[in-house]
Every structure is written in structure tokens, then in C-alpha cells.
Design a protein around this ligand. Structure first.
Ligand code: NAD
Ligand code: DAU
Length: 354
């Protein structure tokens, strides 16, 4: 069994689905179900004995200790986090709590459990921490992409808390020998992405006839990776990564935000034409994000060379898949946006350990 945190979120949810599609090994999914956690994503797993769910906060040490003792996982894959940069600007406390204190609590609970294992199980154990390229700060147009040795320079409360978590993971390897792995990935997109992030927000707003809010001049650059490719990279690092190492993951797909929005409008014009006009007409430039990082880019040569991973999707193929998924799953977005899903969680899901 592997223990996955944040497995009801965007990337964690895709990871759980992909893992159970490809493996018999069970998953213990530990998630607090914040606004971003959505069990509807995992509906197809209802009744599947390989998926155990525990609604637990990763800051809850006693609950984590109980889960480790009861389920004896051979590995942890840690996705749980507060993930949205804009929310971190207006409310950083939750980010410090979950991303720093939560990661520390999980690491320390894992270390206690791991230190009681026999020598073979100890050596085979893995703690994989899923992190972001945002810890490296912002690049100018002419600078080379982030590599594993780029110094940390986080600029938002979100990236600062992820950087703090990365350093704790590093320290647990060096100080205690806990076999940790860290991945730093670029911007993901794909199915089940919460409609507050650029791509799903633009699709949802376009279909609802609302403005498409582009921050600043739209010239900021992000490196995009299809979520399934990120999940495959995590599996490669879990299986073949060297403890103590970090791996950068990216799609070699640098795009300006405005290009991404135009491409989405082109796709929607083609796949779901409006009765009059084009989705491009809805694009609106709005006030910039405070401290907005100019450019992220990832040098993914280490994971490609050492672990033989490469993305399967191009930006064009991945984006088309994504738009088609949103067109076919409007009810998933409606439930998230209307608040119906939250009401269901609060009514039906009492806090409990799996
Ligand atoms: P998300 O916001 O969609 O999901 C986060 C999940 O964590 C949710 O299910 C939420 O309920 C859960 N969670 C939050 N606080 C928790 C707590 N205290 N205890 C237990 N569960 C909690 O995030 P995402 O976009 O899927 O990102 C997952 C991870 O990947 C994060 O660590 C993020 O930093 C990292 N990452 C994201 C991207 C991206 O583009 N989305 C890129 C690189 C790295
Ligand atoms: O780089 C990896 C990171 O990517 C992850 O660590 C984060 O968890 C994830 O949220 C993402 O962060 P970004 O800030 O890059 O993603 P977001 O979708 O919020 O924004 C992408 C770009 O689009 C960014 O330059 C801001 C811009 N933007 C965003 C929104 C929501 C807009 O122009 N308009 C918008 O409405």
C-alpha cells in the first residue's frame, strides 16, 4: 500500500486514478477535503477495495500516527497543500499552516513509523514530496531554465511555504536518513482542475459568457505540462529515483498567458462555436497579480536522462483533450461552482480515519 496525501485534489486525484488504472497496489488517500478537495473526481472508484479514504488534516499528528500504524504503507506521495497563488496573497496563514506545519507533521510522523521498520523495509521506504518550480523565483527572458541546482528565490507566500517544505524534506534526509525524494514541477493542466486556475477558469468563463480576465499585459510565461505526464513522472521518481535527490519536471512548453488564452478560444470556437461572435471577444485585461513572477521554465534533462521519463502529450494534444473533457463534464464544474458539492461533503462526510 502507498499513502497519498491530497488525493482528492487536482493532481492527486489524477494520480490516484492513473495509479489504480495501472497497478494492483492499494492507495490510502489522506485528504482534509478543503474547498479544493473533491471526491466526485474519484466517483469511478466507489466500491473499489484498493482505494481507502481518510478525511484527515496533515497537521493532525495523532491521526497520522494511527494511519501509519494501521496501514503500514511502503511509501508516501505527498500532494496535500494550499496551491493557489492568488489565495496566498490575500490569506497566507492557511498556506503556512498546511504547507509548512502540515509537511513537517507528516514528515515527522513518517520518520517515527519508518524508524521502527526492519532494515529491509527501511531501505525500501520512500517519502516523495511533490513541489513546484515556483520555489526558484522568476526568470528574465534571456535566463536559462531552472535546473536542480538553481538557488531558491520564492516570491509569493505560496512559493515561500513550498520552499520551506522542500527544505524540511531535505533536512529529514540529511539529518535522519529518511529516504526522501522531491519533485519540482511546472504548471499542470488537464481534467478535474479547480476552476480558479488560469486554464479551467478561462474555459468555464468562456462557456458561461463571462469575461476572460488576463492579468497585466498577458506577457508572463509559464511552462505547461499535461497532468497525466506529471503523474507518470512521479511514478518514475517513486520507482527509480535516488533518495536525497530532487527532480525537475516540465514539458518544454513555454507559453505567454495571452497565447494560452487565444489558443483556448480557438479550440472552443472550433469545438463549441457561439451562435454569434467568437470567444476571443470575451478577453479582458485586468489589474496584475501583486509580485507576479514574469517567467518560469524547467530544464527537465535530469529526469529524462536518469529515469527515462518524457511527456507523452504535446501542448496542442493535451489542451485539446482538456477542453473536450470540460465540454463533456460541465456538471463537475457546476457542482464545484454552485456550492452543491460542499454541502454534500459537510452533510455526508464526518472526519474519520480510514
Ligand atoms: P489542489 O489545490 O487541487 O489540491 C490540494 C489537495 O490537498 C486538496 O484535495 C485538499 O483538500 C488537500 N489538502 C489541503 N490542505 C490539506 C490538509 N491540511 N490536510 C490534508 N489535505 C489537505 O492542488 P494541486 O494543484 O493538485 O497540487 C497538488 C500538489 O502539487 C501541491 O503540493 C502543489 O504545490 C504541487 N504542484 C502543483 C502544480 C500545479 O500546476 N497545480 C504544479 C507543481 C506542483
Ligand atoms: O508553476 C507551478 C505552479 O503553477 C503551481 O505550483 C501552483 O500550485 C499552480 O497554481 C500554478 O501557479 P500559477 O500562479 O502559475 O497558476 P495560475 O493558474 O494561477 O496562473 C497562471 C498564469 O496565468 C499566471 O501568470 C497568472 C495568470 N492568470 C491567472 C488567473 C487565475 C491570469 O492572467 N488570469 C487569471 O484569472
Amino acid at each position: 500500500m502507498i499513502l497519498v496525501t491530497g488525493g482528492a485534489g487536482f493532481i492527486g486525484g489524477n494520480f490516484v486514478l492513473d495509479w489504480l488504472r495501472d497497478n494492483d497496489e492499494a492507495i490510502l488517500n489522506v485528504d482534509k477535503l478543503t474547498y479544493a478537495g473533491n471526491l466526485r473526481t474519484l466517483k469511478s472508484l466507489e466500491g473499489d477495495p484498493r482505494h481507502l479514504f481518510a478525511r484527515v488534516d496533515i497537521c493532525d499528528r495523532a491521526a497520522l500516527d494511527t494511519l501509519f500504524a494501521k496501514h503500514a504503507p511502503r511509501a508516501v506521495v505527498h500532494f496535500a497543500a494550499e496551491s493557489h497563488v492568488d489565495r496566498s496573497i490575500y490569506g497566507p496563514a492557511e498556506f503556512v499552516q498546511t504547507n509548512v506545519i502540515g509537511t513537517f507533521t507528516l514528515l515527522d510522523s513518517a520518520r517515527t513509523y519508518w524508524s521502527g521498520l526492519d532494515a529491509g523495509a527501511k531501505a525500501a521506504f520512500r517519502f516523495l514530496h511533490v513541489s513546484t518550480d515556483e520555489v526558484f523565483g522568476s526568470l528574465s527572458e534571456s535566463e536559462p531554465p531552472f535546473s536542480e541546482v538553481t538557488p531558491y528565490a520564492p516570491n509569493s507566500p505560496y512559493s515561500a511555504t513550498k520552499a520551506g517544505a522542500d527544505h524540511l524534506v531535505r533536512a529529514y534526509y540529511h539529518t535522519y536518513g529518511l529516504p526522501t525524494l522531491t519533485t519540482n514541477c511546472s504548471n499542470n493542466y488537464g481534467p478535474y482542475h479547480f476552476p480558479e486556475k488560469l486554464i479551467p477558469l478561462m474555459i468555464a468563463n468562456a462557456l458561461a459568457g463571462k469575461p476572460l480576465p488576463v492579468y497585466g499585459d498577458g506577457q508572463n510565461v509559464r511552462d505547461w505540462l499535461y497532468v497525466g505526464d506529471h503523474c507518470a513522472a512521479i511514478c518514475a521518481v517513486l520507482a527509480r529515483g535516488t533518495p536525497g535527490e530532487t527532480y525537475n519536471i516540465g514539458g518544454w512548453n513555454e507559453k505567454k498567458n495571452i497565447e494560452v488564452v487565444h489558443t483556448l478560444c480557438d479550440l472552443l470556437d472550433q469545438l463549441k462555436p457561439k451562435t454569434a461572435g467568437s470567444y476571443h471577444d470575451q478577453i479582458t485585461f485586468v489589474t496584475d497579480r501583486p509580485g507576479h513572477d514574469q517567467r518560469y521554465a524547467i530544464d527537465a534533462r535530469k529526469i529524462e536522462h536518469d529515469l527515462g521519463w518524457k511527456p507523452a502529450e504535446t501542448f496542442e494534444s493535451g489542451l485539446k483533450k482538456t477542453v473536450l473533457w470540460y465540454l463533456g463534464n460541465q456538471s463537475w464544474v457546476d457542482e464545484v461552482q454552485s456550492g452543491d458539492y460542499r454541502k454534500w461533503v459537510e452533510l455526508n462526510y464526518a472526519q474519520r480515519a480510514g
